[in-house]
Design a protein around this ligand. Structure first.
Ligand code: ZN
Ligand code: ZN
Length: 422
């Protein structure tokens, strides 16, 4: 045991408990990996989580938050503030292509289509890490100066069409209140970094993500007599090229990067028929709210004006998904020494902005939050060439799990200690 007056009285206890719990964390992760569930369908997963928290003697375990979310409250033996830790629980509609003995063979349905299910983003690792953190902190609760709130959320990868879900709904259903949270921490396993590495960035870290659908309405005709109609395929093609001038010509790229990508171009049934309509779908990414609204305006105006120039009509629908994930600068500066102490200074690095998105951003809009990456590719493999998150061959080196447990424990306890009222 550490002497009570050492600056970090919990480190030795965290390390010992993390060693002890590691086999359990690995076992939980393998079980979750074999039994993945899609967004808003995490029924089995959330039952396992809730049973675990109850078995540890948590003060409160609230279930069915935002459909299948679980919020657990662990009160320490000493008075103090409230810190939250968050894990996401959902898998992806991906058919797993690994050869792991515990690979998923689950098949189900997503938005009306048959699909496989795989923990292809590592949320099985996040859930089992946070279950491990719950075990470690419950074992030392008498010494904890404050309260730790555990947020296990569904549907980070978005809920099914026509359903609400994820972090936004967790916030709306009060996961940051009663008791009110002073700061929140979360992590993501990332295969393009080696195990042991911790990556972070202050301020805008991950992009906002919005999707758009554009219906370009022309006038159907025989393909050999195009002058008798309005060809939406040609107009749609011009729109694709027009959208590519937004980032290159309209945005201040010295301030923040942004992305407009068309991922779907669908129309026509036969080589000799000009169709009535084509549909374009795509995504918009930004790192700043003002840029985000400018991008939306440009997508709408360019699509509509190009369509009009060609005698067609464009109906543009933009859906706002995730806000920019912004790491609170003061909390980030405060967190880095903890990460360096636990993970080793040489392993903690500032990384580039990420054009992927995270709904952790919705918690950060309410309270200061810090989100970081931990590498999950074994050092003997080349992380730069590893199958990325969301790949059917995505692989988590389980040696990363303990670092996840230790860093979250240390961040929570350091924060409570630093913010405890005298
Ligand atoms: Zn993902
Ligand atoms: Zn993810």
């Amino acid at each position: 045991m550490n002497a009570p007056d050492t600056p970090f009285p919990f480190d030795a206890a965290i390390a010992a408990a993390a060693d002890r719990i590691e086999p359990d964390v690995v076992a939980w992760r393998r079980d979750l990996h074999r039994n993945p569930e899609l967004g808003n369908r995490e029924v089995r997963t959330s039952r396992i989580v809730a049973d675990h928290l109850r078995s540890l003697g948590f003060d409160a375990v609230r279930e069915k938050v935002a459909h299948t979310g679980v919020v657990g409250v662990l009160k320490g033996g000493k008075p103090g503030p409230v810190v939250a830790l968050r894990a996401d629980m959902d898998g992806l509609p991906v058919v797993e292509e690994t050869d792991l003995p515990f690979k998923s063979t689950v098949r189900t349905e997503w938005n009306g289509q048959a699909c496989g299910v795989m923990h292809a983003c590592g949320h099985d690792a996040h859930t089992s890490i946070l279950m491990g953190v719950a075990s470690v902190l419950a074992g030392m609760r008498d010494r904890i100066p404050g309260t730790v709130k555990f947020i296990f959320q569904p549907a980070e990868e978005t809920p099914p069409i026509d359903e609400e879900g994820g972090a936004k709904m967790m916030v709306a259903e009060g996961c940051l209140e009663n008791p009110g949270v002073g700061a929140i921490f979360g992590l993501h396993v990332v295969s393009t970094y080696p195990t042991g590495m911790i990556g972070y960035r202050s301020g805008p870290f991950m992009a906002s993500a919005d999707d758009f659908r554009i219906f370009v309405r022309g006038v159907q005709t025989h393909a050999a007599y195009p002058w008798l109609g309005v060809d939406p395929i040609v107009v749609g093609s011009q729109i694709v090229m027009g959208l590519q001038t937004i980032v290159s010509r309209k945005m201040d790229i010295t301030h923040e990067p942004s992305i407009v990508t068309v991922g779907v171009f669908r129309g026509g049934v036969r080589h000799n028929i000009v169709p009535d309509e084509v549909k374009l779908e795509g995504t918009i990414r930004a790192f700043d709210e003002e840029h985000r609204s400018q991008l939306h305006e440009h997508v709408e105006r360019i699509s509509q004006m190009i369509a009009e120039a060609g005698g067609a009509r464009a109906n543009v629908h933009i859906h706002r998904w995730y806000d920019v994930t912004v790491n609170d600068p003061a909390l980030t500066d405060w967190s880095v020494p903890t990460l360096a102490r636990i993970g080793g200074e040489a392993n903690v690095r500032v990384i580039d902005k990420q054009c992927g998105a995270e709904d952790f951003s919705f918690y950060q809009k309410q309270v200061p939050g810090f989100f970081y990456y931990i590498g999950c590719t074994a050092p003997e493999h080349n992380a730069a060439k590893a199958a990325p998150n969301h790949s059917p061959r995505f692989h988590v080196d389980e040696d990363c799990l303990k670092l996840g447990v230790k860093t979250l424990c240390a961040l929570a306890l350091d924060w409570l200690g630093a913010n405890a009222t005298a």
